[in-house]
Design a protein around this ligand. Structure first.
Ligand code: GLC
Length: 789
């Protein structure tokens, strides 16, 4: 229902409900032994300080007792031995590692944290850590005039979250996502502060409702949890990439996905039967549009019962899967957590018999309404239940399925609160806690169960899991899509900062529904959105039941041509993207990044929300408004090359660039090396030739370490991968390129390499590994040469 002005009646109940916070007060006593926590007893609370690494410290506060040290399952890191020194005087305690110093004021207890150069990173205000009679715990920190905030997972609005107040409470929001909606499907209570070019981060490991208020004051910000303890980690930086490495050391990194997961995916709520699926594949084939995966939404099931197929619509799933596999196409079925209450349905029977469902304190099973009607929900906080759920996936994997789509796992329930009753008591592996305390972990744990099940079942291949809900660390198990957006230009605009901030939140593999899920898309919006999708880490076109169909060909030839071109571009860029995914899996640095991650000193990047980077050398600036054929692009320091025209542009400036319908503005940094492949039917098709684009820069050696492996198995973990360091330098009208294989544990398919040198004179000489090559000038005026391996 739409709200009227009554919503802003004065003296709302909410205002009256505000409870004052009580500070933890002064230090009463403390204990400290090397390799144990520094424990502080304060007048009204208890604080623990633990180092995980020199550059990562964890702080806990519990008003009632010495804080519990058990972390949520988001945390994967064990504490390292860190050499610490504690010094004391009448005013302070000072605890230092080689990278961080905590200055703890005794009366009242407030903590300030400095880096090794004595620069303050995080400093509590006089309110420090506090709590109130509603069991809320809160920490107040000083906000510097130069602070800019990034991360917070999946949030609406612009890139920089200064001036925003954000709630973490996984919520199924079908109502249009707009800047006012501050809780969506994912809760990642983590952020990075960039101040004067340097970065540090904070992760609040609390899965209850938490609120980050970077809005109510310009001098302080706060983070609050409605239940549980304050339990947060500080990451020292100093670069934004360091913070990401530190944060993902604590919450884990994205495993390298199977290559097919990076291809173009087509979805619809729903392709309702086998004939529709076959016809869809046939059309992609006839139109020669690449395709790697098709999704089966809820209609494939028998009455929306998970782990079943509707026998009339999908009479022979095994054969269908095989046919599609032969075409190089994967099938990804949806699996929701709600298990239909049906005493004749084996999943419900097993769940009840073996005590797998969420229950109230009196032992009654919690039921809620979702697609199948009244349903029970697995208690994923129990290891045994996760195993049971994971094992059930043999139903899919026996059919050859290697990817699953988890939806409605906030969990969504069709009621006023949109979720499970907070009074439900989870088993939590023998440490019972209410749903209110653990809510934000539900989708994450479902992802853990599913990923682990799939991985065990598919014979050493890498599974793919897509999820709507999650918590910090979700990247270890799943790819995140940003839920039910709409076919609005505004939602295309919003998807850029949303995905960039997900990347900054440790989730490199994410993307929105291309074209928009609800509402009707149109040819132009779909074309522009697909252009953007070419470079979102996850690339899936998905739309809702009642909306106009939005497959690439639905809006006439003009648009189809453009859409096809950009789906093809995805495959052209694949060898570059795959290398970036590999980098992300090792370092935590996202594939798609805000410019501020690379240029944290450049004020033009601080809130740059309408363009982004792929890796360190490529800027993508999509068109985000209708009937728009020009746009302003900001290019930071250095020189940049227009990817399509080879025009050189000076950095440190804004440029007006042309963007006719078939052009997505892309800029490559001078000095870059970019690897490309060919257009293909799917990632299953072999790469015959690697193309290496070189953008040489006078006086500098361009370097790129190219990565490849079989794209399907975990062989890379035991050295079965190929890395090759490509270097290029221009010297006196001669471009010297070298390709040094650094690891040859895997042999790529391609036997030929084409080098294309951009922005040099026609007569330039090219050597590869010291040998002069026969060159030609291609249609775009670049010097190129071919080489057989
Ligand atoms: C939810 C999902 C959407 C899906 C639909 C039906 O709205 O977000 O992607 O198509 O449910 O399963």
């Amino acid at each position: 229902m739409q709200e009227g002005s009554a919503a802003i009646l004065p003296d709302q109940e909410n205002e009256l409900k505000q409870q004052p916070y009580k500070r933890i007060g002064s230090l009463v006593s403390h204990t400290f032994h090397q390799q144990e926590a520094l424990e502080l007893q304060c007048e009204h609370g208890f604080v623990s300080v633990l180092f995980y690494r020199d550059d990562i410290v964890r702080i806990l506060m519990n008003p009632k007792e010495t804080p519990q040290k058990q972390s949520t399952l988001a945390v994967v890191k064990e504490r390292e031995n860190v050499e610490l020194t504690l010094t004391e005087n009448e005013h302070n305690l000072t605890l230092s590692s080689s990278k961080l110093t905590l200055n703890i004021n005794r009366a009242p207890v407030t903590i300030a944290i400095y880096d090794q150069d004595g620069r303050v990173l995080v400093e509590e205000t006089e309110h420090g850590m506090a709590f109130n009679s509603k069991q809320e715990v809160i920490s107040f920190k000083k906000m510097d005039a130069n602070d800019h905030f990034y991360g917070f997972g999946e949030k609406t609005s612009f890139l920089d979250k200064r001036g925003e107040k954000m709630t973490m409470w996984n919520t199924d929001v079908f109502a249009p996502h707009n800047p006012e909606i501050d809780a969506l499907y994912q809760s990642i209570p983590y952020f990075m502060t960039i101040r004067n070019g340097q970065a540090h981060g904070i992760f609040l490991d609390n899965p209850a409702k938490t609120v980050f208020d970077m809005k109510s004051s310009t001098e302080q910000y706060s983070m609050k949890a409605e239940r549980g303890q304050l339990d947060y980690y500080i990451f020292a930086g100093p670069t934004p990439k360091d913070v990401l490495e530190q944060y993902t050391a604590i919450t884990g990194k994205m495993p390298l996905p199977p290559k097919w997961a990076l291809g173009y995916h087509q979805s619809r709520y729903s392709y309702k039967n086998e004939q529709e699926v076959r016809a869809l594949v046939q059309t992609f084939k006839e139109k020669r549009i690449p395709l790697d995966a098709i999704y089966l939404d809820i209609h494939y099931m028998d009455g929306y019962r998970v782990f079943t197929f509707d026998e009339d619509r999908f009479p022979n799933p095994k054969q269908l899967m095989q046919e599609l596999k032969d075409e190089g196409i994967h099938v990804v079925p949806i699996v929701d957590p709600g298990v239909k209450e049906d005493p004749e349905y084996f999943v419900y029977q097993e769940g009840v018999k073996d005590d797998h469902f969420c229950k109230y304190i009196d032992g009654t099973i919690y039921h809620g309404d979702v697609w199948p009607g009244n349903s029970a929900f697995p208690d994923f906080t129990k290891a045994e239940v996760r195993k049971w759920w994971g094992d059930n996936h043999t139903f899919y994997t026996d059919l050859g399925i290697e990817g699953v789509w988890n939806d409605m796992n906030e969990p969504a329930v069709f009621n006023e609160t949109k979720t499970m009753d907070v009074k439900v008591v989870h088993d939590n592996d023998g440490d019972p806690q209410t749903h209110g305390e653990l809510h934000n972990l539900y989708g994450f744990l479902m992802g853990k169960a599913t990923h682990e099940g799939l991985k065990e079942q598919i014979n050493g291949k890498r599974p793919f899991l897509l999820t709507r809900a999650g918590f910090a660390g979700v990247q270890r198990y799943a790819t995140v899509w940003t839920g039910d957006n709409r076919s609005f230009w505004e939602h295309l605009q919003m998807a850029l900062p949303m995905c960039m901030n997900l990347g900054v939140s440790g989730v490199p593999f994410c993307g929105p529904d291309v074209g928009g899920f609800a509402h009707d898309t149109n040819g132009q919006l779909l074309a522009r959105w697909t252009q953007f999708g070419t470079f979102t880490p996850y690339f899936r076109n998905h739309s809702e039941l009642h909306s106009l169909p939005q497959e690439p060909w639905q809006f006439g030839e003009t648009y189809e041509k453009v859409i096809k071109k950009y789906i093809e571009q995805r495959y052209v860029w694949m060898p570059y993207l795959y290398t970036l995914f590999q980098e992300a899996s090792v370092t935590g640095t996202p594939v798609m990044r805000p410019l501020v991650l690379e240029y944290p000193n450049d004020k033009h990047t601080f809130n740059l929300s309408d363009q982004f980077m792929i890796g360190s050398d490529v800027i993508v600036a999509p068109i985000l408004t209708p009937d728009t054929y020009h746009r302003v692009v900001y290019l930071p320091e250095g020189r940049w090359v227009n990817y399509w025209t080879n025009e050189k542009l000076e950095g440190g400036k804004h440029h007006l660039v042309e963007a006719p319908l078939d052009t997505l503005p892309i800029f490559v940094k001078e000095g870059a090396v970019i690897t490309h492949g060919a257009v293909k039917r799917s990632t299953e098709t072999k790469e015959e030739q690697l193309t290496v684009h070189v953008y040489p820069k006078e006086g500098e050696t361009s370097t790129f370490t190219y990565y490849e492996d079989d794209g399907r198995t975990y062989g890379y973990e035991s050295g079965e991968f190929y890395t090759c360091k490509i270097e290029a330098a221009i010297d006196n009208e001669q471009v010297n390129i070298t390709m040094n294989v650094e690891n040859d544990g895997y042999q790529p398919d391609w036997k030929a390499v084409k080098f294309i040198v951009h922005g040099v004179a026609d007569h330039v000489k090219v050597t590869v590994d010291g040998k002069e090559q026969v060159t030609e000038v291609n249609a775009k005026g670049c010097v190129q040469t071919n080489l057989q391996r």
